[in-house]
Design a protein around this ligand. Structure first.
Ligand SMILES: C[S@@+](CC[C@H](N)C(=O)[O-])C[C@H]1O[C@@H](n2cnc3c(N)ncnc32)[C@H](O)[C@@H]1O
Length: 642
């Protein structure tokens, strides 16, 4: 069942709580909610005795809710926080920030409406305007003080997750959250939650929230529309949510968040909440089933991995085994070799109609053959096309060479295994087709250009390289979760000037994806420079952003033309379906950059080959709307060794 692959937790927030321990028994023990939201009132009236729950239950099953009055009452705030710490609560939800149209309590709201109505009759337009401005400034000041209080708490606690709720009806909700995290220097124990307080969703506002590490959706029970069902005892859901809201819930359920079902004031019947819970579970069950590939990849979500360096390092057998699991890549290589063989055979026959291809087979050299994944595919392509080949497998990893030699007996074809670095090899003959797979998540970042430049002397005149071309792509990305990790755990320059291979989990691509660098093979002999400077590249970008955004760096992808129309791609625009060999690459920036909707975000990227000929590295920077220092100058923090 699809739900087994998602990790949605359900929480109930009964209001008011009459007896805390009874609620706990009913909702968690009997009904199956995962969590219970409870006010952090120390007096013990509601809880009877806090010792009725174990320390483990306080830590794992309860979200402690700070009361709204705390926004303006630091003593109360300290008391509630102190109580939460004493109980060992690990999830604490703050009260939502004040907004112009949402007051702390209903009574306050009614009082203000009455006063406003009295005054409105006598006020001039100008006076009204001044009053509105003053009110807004006062709200802003109160919120700023509240942020200060929260910030001081964050600094003194380490193992607690803090949740700040925002009203989705507030168009500026994301900007408010952004302001808070910038003021508090963005702590990773600090999460936003969204209150779905209106069935109307502002598209731009929701777009901005999509990349955030949202901890919970808070669904007030009065958002559900009640359907009249004939059978009173029916377990069928009697409640429904608007389509747009269901879509939104689905989006976040896929990202494994908590759903908090909040009993609205005046919505008395607890049994209705259970029906609503049942309805939400139904939505979860309707989520698309994950493929085995997606299930496996979920374990790697938002893990920062160092890119492989197969030229400098010798890969382990288990790494090859992972590559070989991705049958899609190998099928594409087989198809490319098959098509190239047919074309070569045709050409040969055209040049010499009497040619016997068995005596003069097409020479295929697989450079960087690993444990032989593509070797097998070249043999299959030869069988399928009925074009005879002489096949060489060149590999510099001595252990992989042993496997290749052992495997030779399994192939129904001779394979000439050569233990060497392709750049220095002097072949006994030249080849028609040079096949390689030296591609990294950013295309050229495992030094395919340098290796193939060195190897291309093994190609006959008119010979081809598979791949013939590869391009890198990138776009700005919002990925607060990863940035926080880099900022806090690796809080040093090196960590923020290094690229990482990542299966992005909580993220948003913020603009159109643009091409970065292109490499083609083989190159005309004269364009290959001894100092490798022909492989230097530079590109500047102008990205236009659709929504207000906080940028945490760049996401990088690549595509490769293997042969003619046989192509593989990790670019989200035309990603090869189900191909799992490459996750995207992430280039972080030292400081997040805020960009307003419609503004230009300008950046530059360099691929640098060093004078000592031993390294290749990337440098990158942002030039608008702010200027950031050039990252990774002279490859000081990260480089790829030749
Ligand atoms: C990404 S792996 C691909 C392996 C294999 N083709 C596959 O798809 O399973 C790249 C392989 O190229 C080898 N390699 C990298 N640079 C090389 C070089 N200069 N000469 C020979 N082999 C090289 C590495 O040792 C590694 O086995």
């Amino acid at each position: 069942m699809s739900e087994e692959h998602y990790n949605v937790k359900y929480c109930i927030e009964p209001k008011p709580i009459v007896s805390f321990t009874d609620s706990f028994d009913d909702e968690i023990e009997d009904f199956g909610f995962n969590l219970l939201c409870a006010p952090l009132i120390p007096e013990g009236v509601i809880a009877k005795s806090d010792m009725l729950l174990s320390c483990g239950q306080w830590a794992e099953d309860i979200i402690g809710v700070i009361s709204p009055e705390c926004i303006e009452d630091s003593k109360k705030f300290q008391a509630e926080m102190g109580w939460a710490t004493y109980l060992g609560i690990t999830y604490i939800m703050f009260a939502p920030f004040l907004t112009e149209d949402k007051k702390v309590s209903k009574i306050e709201e009614i009082k203000e409406i009455k006063e406003d109505e009295k005054e409105k009759k006598t006020e001039t337009e100008e006076e009204k305007e001044i009053k509105k401005k003053k009110q807004s400034e006062s709200i802003h000041d109160k919120n700023t003080n509240y942020i200060r209080m929260i910030n001081s708490t964050l600094k003194s606690t380490t193992s607690t997750d803090f949740i700040i709720p925002f009203y989705l009806s507030d168009k500026n909700s994301w900007n408010k959250w952004n302001e808070i995290r910038l003021m508090t220097e963005s702590y990773s124990s600090f999460y936003p939650a969204l209150i779905l307080d209106s069935s109307k969703v502002h598209t731009e506002c929701i777009e901005s929230w999509m990349g955030e590490n949202v901890k919970a959706l808070i669904i007030p029970s009065d958002l559900f529309a009640e359907q009249k069902t004939r059978n009173r005892n029916s377990k069928q859901s009697a409640f429904q949510l608007p389509k747009q809201i269901v879509q939104l819930i689905k989006h976040f359920m896929i990202k494994d968040i908590d759903i908090i079902l909040r009993q609205s004031e005046g919505h008395k019947v607890r049994r209705d909440l259970h029906k609503q819970f049942y309805y939400l579970r139904k939505i979860e069950k309707s989520l698309p089933k994950l493929s085995n590939w997606e299930i496996a990849n979920r374990d790697f979500e938002d893990c920062l991995q160092d890119p492989l360096q197969p030229l400098k390092d010798n890969l382990e057998s288990s790494s090859y085994a992972v590559f070989e699991d991705d049958t899609i890549k190998y099928e594409l290589y087989e198809k490319a070799v098959y098509k190239a063989l047919l074309d070569f055979a045709k050409l040969r026959k055209k040049e010499d109609p009497k040619i016997n291809l068995k005596e003069n087979p097409i020479v295929v050299m697989l450079v960087g053959s690993g444990r032989g994944g593509i070797v097998r595919r070249c043999i299959i392509a030869s069988h399928k096309s009925k074009v005879p080949i002489r096949l060489y497998a060149i590999e510099k990893n001595p252990s992989a060479v042993i496997t290749l030699r052992n495997n030779k007996w399994e192939y129904d074809h001779e394979v000439i295994v050569v233990d060497t670095d392709m750049r220095v090899w002097n072949p006994p003959e030249k080849c028609d087709i040079m096949v390689s797979e030296l591609l990294g998540s950013f295309g050229d970042n495992e030094l395919s250009p340098e290796c193939l430049d060195g190897a291309q002397k093994i190609l006959k005149k008119g010979g081809i390289s598979i791949p013939s071309e590869y391009n890198s792509f990138m776009c700005p990305i919002s990925t607060p979760r990863l940035f926080n990790e880099l900022f806090e755990k690796k809080n040093n320059l090196k960590g923020l000037e290094t690229s990482y291979v990542v299966n992005f989990g909580k993220y948003k691509y913020l603009s159109n994806i643009q091409k970065v660098f292109t490499f083609t093979h083989p190159l005309p002999k004269e364009s290959i420079k001894k100092d490798n400077s022909h492989n230097d590249r530079f590109k500047s970008f102008n990205f236009v952003l659709k929504n207000d955004s906080l940028i945490h760096g760049f996401a990088g992808f690549f595509d490769a033309i293997l042969y003619k129309d046989v192509k593989l791609s990790t670019n989200p625009i035309d990603h090869t379906p189900q191909m799992a060999s490459w996750f995207p690459i992430y280039f972080p920036i030292q400081k997040p950059v805020f960009v307003k909707a419609g503004d230009n975000f300008k950046a530059s990227m360099w691929r640098c080959t060093s004078n000592d000929l031993k390294r290749v590295f990337y440098e990158w920077t942002v030039t608008s709307p702010v200027i950031l220092p050039i990252h990774n100058v002279n490859g000081r923090s990260s480089s790829i060794d030749l």
